[in-house]
Design a protein. Structure first.
Length: 262
């Protein structure tokens, strides 16, 4: 089933008996964006900016948003298996795979499993590694609005994206997403000791993007990814928080487009 809007379409794809919602827009080389643990709030300005350079697919990760929940999934690697199969179903090749936060964790796992469909990898404030300094903020211990606000440089940046009064539908999305996140990222929280040793096997050119003021995933992880991946460079966005692609959508989209063309 596909419904169209002015800038994107909505499609449902079946993977392992699960219905996966995929938003698609733009034209050009293929790109796939994997969202944060807070879920996919819809077609955002960042997606629109990416769609100026790519044929962009934005799935609701399995168990998030309008995608069916794999009740058996217990770690991000399980979700990575499913999203790799989604790329097969969509018959994509030469993909620029972009992941933010938890989506970055899953993107790194996907690349470690199978690089054959990828041309580039982009990790934005990615979880997945145990920080050698600091720790990843635990969203389970705070009110969810407080956790999301911590992803921005300040309250004004949060309100610019979500408004002074957050839409009840977005609050429901955050709450629903938290349940799935607890299923797949608990003990250890938001990292895997099995991922770091595999990073050197990921040979596709990688771009690591981080907000300078990230209070959710320590910037130490940015340097760990950049050092661990076989072919990576790091871009730090001055003054930005964890949700850098929401704060600076045009800047981040330009960096990704340039990386895909390099």
């Amino acid at each position: 089933m596909t419904t169209a809007t002015a800038s994107h379409t909505e499609t449902t794809v079946e993977v392992a008996g699960l219905a996966i919602r995929v938003l698609r827009g733009g034209a050009g080389p293929a790109a796939v964006f994997l969202h944060h643990s807070t879920g996919n709030p819809g077609w955002m300005p960042f997606h629109e900016a990416l769609a100026e350079s790519f044929a962009l697919a934005v799935p609701d990760l399995p168990g998030y948003g309008q995608s069916a929940r794999p009740d058996w999934a217990r770690e991000p690697r399980d979700i990575a298996v499913l999203v790799n199969r989604l790329l097969d179903r969509l018959e994509l090749s030469g993909v620029t795979l972009i992941g933010a936060g938890l989506g970055g964790f899953i993107a790194a796992e996907m690349a470690a499993m199978n690089q054959s469909r990828l041309s580039r990898l982009v990790l934005i404030g990615a979880a997945g590694l145990q920080p050698n300094e600091g720790e990843i903020a635990d969203q389970m211990m705070v009110d969810f609005a407080e956790y999301v606000k911590a992803g921005f440089r300040d309250d004004a940046a949060f309100e610019h994206v979500f408004g002074a009064e957050v839409d009840p539908g977005i609050k429901s999305l955050w709450d629903f997403s938290r349940e799935m996140t607890a299923r797949i990222t608990w003990k250890p929280y938001m990292f895997s000791r099995r991922l770091a040793p595999l990073l050197g096997e990921i040979t596709v050119p990688a771009l690591v993007i981080w907000g300078e003021k990230d209070q959710v995933v320590p910037i130490a992880c940015a340097h760990q990814y950049a050092k661990g991946l076989a072919n990576a460079r790091l871009e730090v966005i001055a003054g930005a928080g964890h949700l850098v692609e929401l704060e600076e959508p045009e800047t981040v989209a330009r960096l990704i487009a340039a990386h895909a063309q390099s």
